[in-house]
Design a protein. Structure first.
Length: 380
């Protein structure tokens, strides 16, 4: 088989540890990966004998699904590229990549310790099949893996001994199976709209997609990133009493942070859509909306922190007070990633010549129009 005639069929070996158990290992050595690859080859032959006409490729590394399901599928792409460089016949029809001096052969094949405690560990595999066989083999894998894809006893025992953990299940999945499983998981926790955007980024990256979150936040995918309605934009469209708006605003910030964290794990950038009535600028994990210039006839600008139970600071407001204590908002900042609060605070303090002190309101303050504001009386 010439390299140009091979098509990659991505699959995965899914490991589900017994509850409460986690392996301290996320990678296998070269020798270990080679041993495991031979066991897996025997398993796949028993399930779909036609795999013998393809080349099995294995990465001796355990990932979380957020690491595998990223735009461009970088783990599988890297695995396939490395395998195509190995001449056929040099290692029979099985190619396994593991660590040498503690490192995998390419950075995308290095699992992140951040996701090492997930409930399912995934070992990426690929079958490089002749173009004339690829469609048939793909269909056979879809049918047989989902129906009877449990790994063989020898493979499961080897994994438990090598990783030092007990496993509830060890089974083979196609990448489409993994996509379907992740879809169900996100829908189960009320994140169906996030999956809509992520699926577009993974499978149809050149096609725009839009969705609405469970709380009514407008979201769009286009050009490799997700654009979300800013909290100020969302708030401007709301009606009802102030107390309800405050409650709903906190919910929107919670949802936005949840989306931001998950999209970041999938390496899909999230940006906030600027409000039409404000000058905006985006930093790493925050959006800053400038509403007005400093007014010389007012008091010096003061920096306030809007807070909500369980969320901490949900927004920063720079405001001035005039006669009678009337507050005039100059800017609002939204730190939608935790690490962004410090840089955003420093930026505002420097820009407006404000002392580092921050007036924590302990609540979300809205003005009489139901928009973010500042207290009308001085804080002491």
């Amino acid at each position: 088989m010439e390299a140009q005639a091979l098509l990659a069929l991505p699959i995965v070996l899914a490991l589900e540890p017994v509850a409460g158990e986690a392996s301290s290992r996320t990678t296998l050595s070269r020798d270990e990966a080679a041993e495991l690859a031979e066991l897996i080859a025997a398993d796949l032959h028993a399930l779909v004998p036609q795999v013998d006409a393809a080349r099995l490729v294995l990465a001796g590394a355990l990932f979380d699904q957020v690491e595998l399901l990223r735009p461009g599928f970088p783990v599988w792409t890297t695995l396939d590229e490395l395998a195509r460089r190995v001449p056929r016949g040099e290692l029979d029809n099985v190619v396994a990549f593991g660590t040498h001096d503690g490192r995998m052969p390419a950075q995308p094949l290095e699992p992140s310790p951040i996701f090492a405690d997930g409930p399912m560990r995934l070992l990426p595999l690929s079958l490089l099949a002749p173009a004339t066989l690829a469609d048939e083999l793909s269909e056979l894998l879809e049918v047989h893996l989902v129906g009877r894809g449990e790994a063989g006893t020898l493979t499961a025992d080897w994994l438990m001994r090598t990783l030092g953990i007990r496993l509830e299940h060890v089974r083979y999945l196609s990448r489409d199976d993994l996509l379907a499983l992740t879809c169900v998981q996100y829908e189960h926790v009320n994140l169906a709209s996030l999956w809509t955007l992520l699926e577009a980024a993974l499978l149809t990256p050149r096609q725009a997609e839009s969705a609405m979150s469970a709380r009514g936040l407008s979201l769009q995918y286009a050009d490799g990133k997700v654009l979300a309605q800013s909290p100020a934009q969302w708030l401007a469209a709301q009606t009802g009493d102030i107390a309800q708006r405050v409650h709903d605003f906190a919910g929107i910030v919670f949802e936005l942070r949840q989306y931001a964290a998950l999209l970041d794990a999938h390496q899909l950038p999230l940006l906030l859509q600027p409000a039409a009535h404000a000058e905006t600028e985006a930093g790493a994990g925050y959006l800053l909306e400038t509403l007005a210039a400093v007014e010389p006839g007012y008091e010096s600008p003061v920096l306030f922190a809007h807070e909500a139970p369980g969320l901490g600071v949900v927004a920063l407001t720079v405001a001035q007070r005039g006669e009678g204590g009337a507050a005039r908002a100059l800017a609002h900042g939204y730190p939608w990633q935790p690490q962004a609060l410090g840089p955003l605070l420093a930026l505002l303090a420097d820009r407006y010549g404000i002392a580092p002190g921050l007036h924590a309101l302990g609540r979300i303050v809205l003005d009489d129009r139901g928009q973010l504001g500042a207290p009308a009386t001085a804080l002491h």
